[in-house]
Design a protein around this ligand. Structure first.
Ligand code: FAD
Length: 390
């Protein structure tokens, strides 16, 4: 029977919950707002399937394969402008859908909670949401699709991909998996608090959210929230309390600081991550600040698929070691937790997030001034010029 003795040893992937034949396991929020399995003893038959499905207790060996690295972006400019980096997933997803397949990725529900969902459209999955997504019953639904021989594309954090594979217990030819290089996921409770406070502050419901909007360029990714009252909020990691919490390593799940899935070799077919050094990775490539994705092809299945969809991307082969050295520190290393990480969550409910973050990772007046002038220069039409001069 699954027992979480140490929170760092549970990534909340739902494999144990999904595999239980008696539905004895539910996923329940702890005080920080992360989901953990809870076993109803009276329903448990001690079959131990939950233990054998846990990807942390049973590490899947990675495949022998000559891994290749690419810098890419979608040829469709609309996909690039609305994706976090170069928009790898949408063209891949469309290719799967054209064959009658389905995609399972992270999106928002009506309340802007981050959830995984199976969908017949690729667009809604665009963009990183820096919050742990709720997988719900996706794993068992994916299994049903796979058994009916439907092609499935699953995109998630490494622990979610390992969780899915560990739950499935066998390789399926019709399953394509994409994992992200991930440095940690903040809690859904923190995200809800942030959204509630934003709605209060701007007196409106939300219409649309982008964690890394590219108005100020790829390299200055900014939280953008469009409100129903037409107000548009922009906040970079310099001043936005949610992004600040995320990047300061103060808000991730305990298991993220000792991530069990750090390795160049993954069990997925593709690994994607940010590309900050496109011009250093590809000779002659000009970084126009619109965003490229770093891609590692992890399997021969991945290689075959990339061959089929290559014409949908600007695609440049690059050196794997160099791509890891320049952009991929988080592929092999877990983030160091902020020294006051536990205190941050312990007192989270006592004040607004903006007041709270100020006590841990202060936002300086200088930061607000830089942020304000950015907006003014942008509206004057000189922002790009000044940025390039810098
Ligand atoms: C929580 C998190 C942490 C990350 N940390 C890093 C990092 O430290 N370094 C780095 O280089 N890159 C990191 N990334 C990846 C990065 O944000 C981009 O996803 C990557 O550059 C690929 O961009 P893209 O434009 O090709 O795809 P995107 O448009 O970003 O789409 C990627 C896919 O990610 C999935 N996704 C979005 N949010 C989540 C989520 N919360 N959980 C699971 N899946 C999700 C969506 O289904 C989407 O299809 C992280 C991503 C996430 C979600």
């Amino acid at each position: 029977m699954i027992v979480v003795k140490n929170k760092a040893d549970c990534c909340g992937c739902t494999a144990c919950y999904s595999v239980c034949p008696k539905k004895a396991i539910s996923m329940q929020q702890d005080q920080e707002g992360f989901l953990y399995p809870f076993v109803e003893i009276s329903k448990c038959i001690d079959c131990k399937l939950c233990d054998s499905a846990c990807p942390i207790e049973n590490k899947i060996e990675s495949k022998m394969f000559d891994r290749k690295a690419y810098v890419l972006r979608a040829k469709d400019v609309e996909i690039v402008s609305t994706s976090t980096s170069g928009g790898f997933v949408t063209p891949l997803g469309e290719w799967i859908l054209n064959q009658g397949g389905v995609i399972c990725g992270a999106t928002y529900n009506e309340e802007y909670k981050v959830i995984h969902k199976i969908s017949g459209g690729a667009e809604e999955f665009r963009g990183s949401k820096y919050v742990q997504s709720d997988l719900g019953d996706c794993f068992s639904e994916i299994k049903k699709h796979l058994m009916q021989e439907t092609k499935v594309c699953f995109i998630g954090t490494p622990c979610q991909v390992y969780g899915l594979k560990s739950y499935l217990r066998k390789e399926y030819d019709n399953l394509v998996t994409v994992d992200l290089v991930c440095h940690g996921t903040p809690s859904p409770k923190l995200w809800k608090k942030y959204l509630d406070e934003q709605k209060d502050k701007y007196h409106s419901e939300i219409d649309d959210i982008v964690f890394r909007n590219k108005t100020y360029g790829y390299h200055s990714g900014t939280m953008r929230i469009r409100f129903k009252n037409q107000f548009v909020y922009y906040g970079s990691a310099r001043v936005d309390p949610m992004l600040k919490s995320f990047f300061a390593e103060i808000s991730s799940r305990p298991s993220c600081y000792q991530c069990h899935f750090k390795s160049v070799e993954r069990c997925s077919d593709f690994t994607i991550y940010d590309c900050w050094h496109a011009n250093n990775l590809v000779e002659g490539l000009v970084d126009d600040d619109k965003g490229f994705t770093n891609l590692i092809v992890q399997s021969s299945k991945g290689e075959r698929i990339l061959d089929r969809i290559a014409d949908r991307y600007e695609l440049y082969a690059t050196n794997l070691e160099k791509a890891i050295e320049l952009d991929g520190t988080m592929i092999c290393h877990s983030a160091e937790p902020h020294p006051r990480r536990d205190e941050y969550y312990l007192n989270l409910d006592k004040e607004t997030l903006r007041a709270h973050i100020q006590k841990f990772v202060p936002i300086r007046i200088r930061d607000y001034l830089i942020e304000k002038s950015k907006g003014i220069f942008y509206r004057m039409g000189v922002y790009k010029f000044l940025k390039n001069k810098k």
